[in-house]
Design a protein around this ligand. Structure first.
Ligand code: DGL
Length: 267
């Protein structure tokens, strides 16, 4: 049975996934990596996103993780195939779980998708959703301002409401009944997104991945026979708002270990 997993994101967003996993699987040991020095990933090229993802994966493998959860939709859209081919442990991305959850939930087959530029441009969600429901239609919109708003602690600020209304308008015009939050930062915007898209069912990576790990990897939900797990957090730059935003999200004090880019790149 898997006990130690690695989880990574460009920043604090992947902690929305870690939080759900800790709730469902309190026995799990999570090594979390936030690449705060190089965030955001969503506006970068596939080559850069893949290179960063591979560096982090190799750091986390050094912690003897038995599975890698790519808690970043951008890396999942771009680098998952390469990580799966190269790593000696199972790799779980965000796209399959999110697409499955949305395809099952949507009654009309009209599905909205919001994410970073790279995620939307990759077409990864459309591909997975069509494989599950060929008659589904996906209406997507890149929302590059959302990640900095969350990282700066502005997730519930009126400025986030204005940005959300602007980004969601063209998606909502198409009348989706389900909206995929195709970026792990976005669950922190849920109050704002609910207001902007009333009556639309929101799919978050964290919940979808929890279901996926239960169904596909046999993770047992609940306390389990084992001792309580832990969350260890590494960041490439401690001089950001990561700590405050992470503590507000997790509802507890956390310690960060800083890993310099030099150490990350040279191994
Ligand atoms: N949380 C990442 C994602 O899921 C954010 C990407 C970024 O850094 O732009 O896509």
């Amino acid at each position: 049975m898997i006990k130690n997993i690695g989880l990574f994101d460009s920043g604090v967003g992947g902690l929305t996934v870690a939080k759900e996993l800790m709730r469902a699987f309190p026995w799990l040991n999570i090594f979390y990596f936030g690449d705060t020095a190089r965030l955001p990933y969503g506006n970068k090229s596939p080559r850069t996103i893949t290179a960063y993802s591979k560096e982090i994966a190799s750091f986390l493998l050094g912690k003897n993780v038995e599975m890698l959860v790519v808690a970043c939709n951008t890396s999942s859209s771009i680098a998952l195939g390469e990580l799966e081919r190269e790593l000696p442990v199972p790799v779980v991305g965000m796209i399959k779980p999110g697409a499955k959850s949305a395809a099952e939930r949507s009654e009309s087959g009209r599905i909205g998708l919001i994410g970073t530029r790279a995620t939307v441009a990759s077409g990864a969600y459309e591909k997975e959703i069509r494989a599950l429901n060929p008659s589904a239609t996906v209406f997507s919109k890149a929302c590059p301002l959302f990640v900095p708003l969350v990282e700066e602690g502005f997730a519930e600020d009126p400025v986030a409401e204005m940005v959300a209304a602007r980004y969601l308008a063209p998606v909502l015009e198409n009348g989706p009944d389900t909206l995929i939050l195709g970026c792990t930062h976005y669950p922190m915007l849920i109050p704002v997104l609910r207001k902007a898209a009333p009556g639309v069912s929101l799919v978050s990576s964290g919940e979808a991945t929890t279901e996926y790990l239960m169904e596909e990897h046999g993770f047992p939900r609940g306390k389990g026979p084992d001792e309580k797990g832990f969350l260890e957090i590494f960041v490439t730059d401690g001089g950001t708002h990561f700590k405050e935003v992470a503590e507000a999200l997790l509802g507890k004090k956390i310690e960060l270990e800083e890993v310099s880019l030099e150490r990350l790149v040279t191994g």
